[in-house]
Design a protein around this ligand. Structure first.
Ligand code: 0RQ
Length: 503
């Protein structure tokens, strides 16, 4: 990979992963690249994990703080969590080992809106960033960096960190150069100015990341693949949910509130979201755009079909198959895909201006339309809020999709009251399960409850919800949002005691 490092000064910084890892000290806060299974460093975190394990054996309680874009791969989060190397983590995680450690109380985790991370780091809210570890495709002669398959917070880590370590990864296709759009116009209050973006496919920045060469203390050469997770075949429940949403969007077109080009789409992670994208393939909609944070298989299919003109994102989240296709057809995709820093891909101002249609998964919804995206039974973190809050509050249409039951029917995802609130009722416009869709726009809490119970709840739980709601209407203190505090979380308590929410 030497020729991928075109700057001769930086070429002199090439070293082994072990040597680079030894530049990180106990107590350091490290900002690493990575968003979903894309563009995260792979060699250094594993070397660092080995060194930290050895330090622990020698009685040294070595730990670091770890900041990223979002979730990463097993070579990063998995390896460091396994080595008990992380004291503090932000802003999003989906690694199973790390999840266990967080839920056992062995690791501190701070979950925040993905668009907030970069500005809050700049504002100094989280303290000093000691080291940035960034995977890139190449280094240009002027020292600027060609990004890889995700941007995430890389710009901010490189700008804010005292030291920078690079992983130049040969596995990434050099032809990706030009797909990135790095905007350097953000500033802190009171000096902020509007972000000059009015279409999802506007380019407002530059193709490469700036980096002061004198901050670079080490470069590692690798050829390790991203971790692309397979998508299982679409199941009937997901297809039914997608079908309800397609009908709804067609109705919006009929009403004249949308055209067949819709508005820029944001789609969350997971199978249901992928099924919704698949549903768009056989729909009358065309000339679609995406303004999202993860480009997954379903979106690539839409671009291949000619249904989608452009997708703006901060990362890929592809299956192995889609990753191969991406390489084969990279010249075709180059002007149709734009990767941006996550403070721009998820920026509330831009999302509000473009008017996105956002579709995200959920853990549970309550009968008034509050959404829990993050916690099982109120206390066990699943992943994090990710970008769902950035998009939900600011979208033109904010939708949540989920099967109406989980864990073989022992859990109803429609409950009297959410056990944790991530998205409040005022932000949530549409809820869809395989049972049906509730369009909540303009409805008072009581009308929302009637519609959610009638359209979205599973038949096994509908009578139970109706019973609760009828009693709440009789006995609640106020009849604006009829709620019985002593019973509101009783379904969750029943599950904890009896392993089922069924009465
Ligand atoms: O667990 O795999 O052990 O069976 O949760 O559930 O139904 O497969 O749905 O993959 O879409 O995930 C909210 C977690 C949904 C996701 C969440 C269990 C269920 C299963 C997964 P098993 P499904 P999904 C852009 C936007 C927040 C971040 C976000 C998420 C597992 O969508 O992380 O939106 N969202 N980002 O059995 C107990 C319930 C449950 C439940 C589901 N009520 N109680 N367990 N499960 N409902 C992307 C980024 O920000 C990067």
């Amino acid at each position: 990979t030497t020729d991928r490092i075109q700057n001769s000064y930086l070429r002199s910084k090439v070293m082994s992963a072990d040597d680079a890892a030894s530049l990180i000290k106990s107590g350091d806060t490290v900002g690493m690249s990575g968003f979903t299974g894309s563009g995260y460093p792979k060699a250094l975190p594993q070397a660092l994990a080995g060194q930290i394990e050895a330090a622990h054996k020698a009685g040294d309680p070595f730990k670091i703080g770890l900041w990223t874009g979002a979730s990463t791969g097993p070579e990063l989060d998995g390896a460091l969590a396994k080595a008990d190397a992380i004291k503090y983590r932000l802003p999003y995680n989906s690694d199973p080992i790390e999840r266990e450690k967080i839920n056992r109380g062995e690791m501190e985790y701070f979950d925040l809106h993905l668009s907030h991370v970069a500005p809050m780091v700049w504002e100094g809210f989280f303290g000093n960033l000691d080291v940035a570890v960034i995977e890139v495709t190449g280094v240009k002669e002027d020292g600027s960096l060609i990004p890889a398959t995700s941007i995430g917070n890389n710009k901010t880590w490189i700008d804010c960190a005292d030291k920078v370590i690079l992983e130049v990864n040969d596995w990434h296709d050099e032809r990706m150069e030009g797909m990135h759009d790095i905007y350097y116009g953000t500033a802190l209050p009171p000096n902020r100015v509007p972000i000059p973006m009015v279409h999802a496919n506007d380019r407002i920045g530059q193709r490469t990341l700036r980096c002061d060469p004198h901050k670079v203390v080490g470069i590692i050469k690798t050829d390790l693949p991203d971790k692309n997770a397979p998508f299982p075949p679409l199941d009937d429940v997901s297809k039914t949910i997608a079908g309800h949403l397609m009908e709804f969007l067609k109705w919006e077109v009929q009403k004249g509130r949308l055209t067949n080009k819709l508005l820029p789409l944001q789609s969350g992670v997971g199978n249901v979201a992928n099924a919704v994208l698949a549903g768009l393939r056989d729909s009358p909609f065309h000339d679609l755009m995406a303004y999202t944070e993860v480009i997954q298989d379903g979106m690539m299919d839409l671009i291949d079909d000619g249904k989608m003109l452009c997708a703006s994102s901060t990362a890929f989240g592809m299956s192995d198959k889609a990753a191969i296709r991406f390489r084969e057809k990279l010249d075709f995709y180059r002007d149709k895909i734009i990767l941006r820093p996550q403070e721009i891909s998820n920026h509330p101002e831009v999302i509000r201006r473009l008017g996105t249609i956002s579709m995200n998964g959920m853990i549970e919804a309550d009968i008034f339309g509050n959404i829990n995206s993050t916690h099982v039974m109120g206390s066990r973190i699943m992943n994090g809020i990710g970008g769902s809050g950035d998009f939900t509050r600011n979208a033109y249409l904010s939708c949540f999709v989920s099967p109406s039951i989980a864990k073989k029917g022992d859990i109803s995802t429609i409950v009297p009251h959410v056990s944790h609130a991530d998205h409040i009722t005022q932000d949530v416009q549409v809820i869809v399960t395989e049972q049906g869709l509730a369009d909540l726009r303009g409805l008072s809490p009581k009308r929302r409850a009637e519609l959610i119970i009638a359209n979205c709840s599973h038949p096994d739980y509908k009578p139970q919800l109706e019973d609760y709601y009828e009693r709440a209407k009789k006995n609640a203190l106020g009849l604006h949002t009829p709620m019985l505090p002593s019973e509101a979380l009783s379904w969750h308590q029943r599950f904890l005691e009896k392993k089922t929410m069924r009465a």
